[in-house]
Design a protein around this ligand. Structure first.
Ligand SMILES: [Zn+2]
Length: 328
């Protein structure tokens, strides 16, 4: 085994440990992630296999190419202008992009862990007459199930990564973690890592009917970033988020944070062009509004109307209480 392979396997192991011992304890009181057995598997693709294991455990085997694929995508990021200035505040482009890389690998692992924690794996197992151990659960059409479980795993993984910004920063050697706007600088590079990985995940996902398009997945994660930065601007209603009346000043504060962190990150990844309907929908979501300019935006709004039904179907399969907030 070469040195690079060892580095890859170490990164996969550290990402799994980070998810289990740092990230999940911050969002889940049940120590669910200790029931995950992290593995790696030889593969050239951006993939992972997640399977129920023993009585109440899960085994998640991450493909050995995952770290390199994410790194290659990150090497194509344009670190210039505001992005370069923020990297300097974190100690330079190298530690800043290492933060993005680790955030990307951790996002990938967290997305899989969220499929287990959210009961997506258990629900599928119960639906299958060959693996079901009890009554078949309340049916949900497969397309709706797939769509909403991917979007749910993406959103929960992105939000939990952003909540663990300080812990993520501490894992990176040479990264300076003090300074006034350290959090926004870190958010920028965590967002770069998350979106680079999301782009790879979305482009490798099946194109079967019912899978969310890459654009829908981006908009969904932008919505998750908004919920992370401005939870006080949102209210829950029937399992879906609606915007609460907020003062102009509150909205302005959020808009300012986005203008100097999330937007330049999306620009660096070439994911944001204000002149397109998709760009307008990103801007709408960052302002807490419903996206309706692009097809992806309208799709996302339409899917959210199925969310209450999805929540009810999954309610007996959730492995943690993380999802309770979404219940009616
Ligand atoms: Zn998935």
């Amino acid at each position: 085994m070469g040195e690079e392979d060892l580095e890859t396997l170490t990164l996969i192991r550290v990402a799994g440990e980070f998810v289990t011992y740092v990230l999940f304890p911050g969002i889940d009181e049940t120590a669910f992630a200790e029931r995950i057995d992290w593995r790696h598997r030889e593969s050239a693709g951006l993939d992972a296999i997640i399977s129920p294991w023993r009585k109440d455990r899960y085994r998640i085997a991450i493909g050995t190419a995952v770290p390199d694929l994410i790194l290659s995508r990150l090497q194509a990021v344009n670190v210039e202008g505001e992005t370069a200035a923020r990297a300097e505040r974190l100690g330079g482009i190298e530690p800043a992009m290492t933060l993005a890389w680790f955030a990307g690998v951790a996002f990938f692992a967290t997305h899989e862990a969220c499929h287990a924690a959210a009961g997506h794996v258990a629900y599928q197992k119960a639906l299958n007459p060959e693996t079901s151990t009890g009554d078949l659960p309340r049916p949900l059409d497969l397309a709706t199930f797939r769509l909403l479980s991917e979007l749910e795993a993406d959103g929960a993984a992105a939000a939990s990564l952003l909540s663990a910004d300080y812990e993520l920063m501490r894992t990176i050697e040479g990264l300076s973690s003090d300074g006034d706007d350290r959090a926004d600088s870190a958010m920028m590079f965590i967002v770069i890592g998350v979106f680079a990985t999301l782009e790879l995940l979305a482009s490798e996902g099946p194109v079967e009917d019912g899978y969310p398009t890459p654009e829908t997945r981006y908009l969904n994660v932008v919505a998750a970033v908004f919920r992370h930065v401005a939870p006080h601007l949102l209210l829950l209603k029937s399992g879906d988020y609606v915007r609460r009346e907020a003062s102009g000043e509150e909205v302005q504060n959020v808009a300012n944070r986005f203008r100097h962190s999330v937007l330049p990150a999306l620009v660096a990844l070439n994911h944001f062009d204000v002149t397109t309907p998709f760009g307008e929908d990103i801007a709408a979501l960052l302002g807490g509004a419903v996206p309706n300019k692009s097809e992806a935006g309208r799709d996302l709004a339409r899917y959210s109307r199925n969310r209450a039904r999805f929540m009810r179907a999954l309610s007996g399969f959730r492995e943690t209480r993380m999802w309770d907030d979404f219940n009616d």
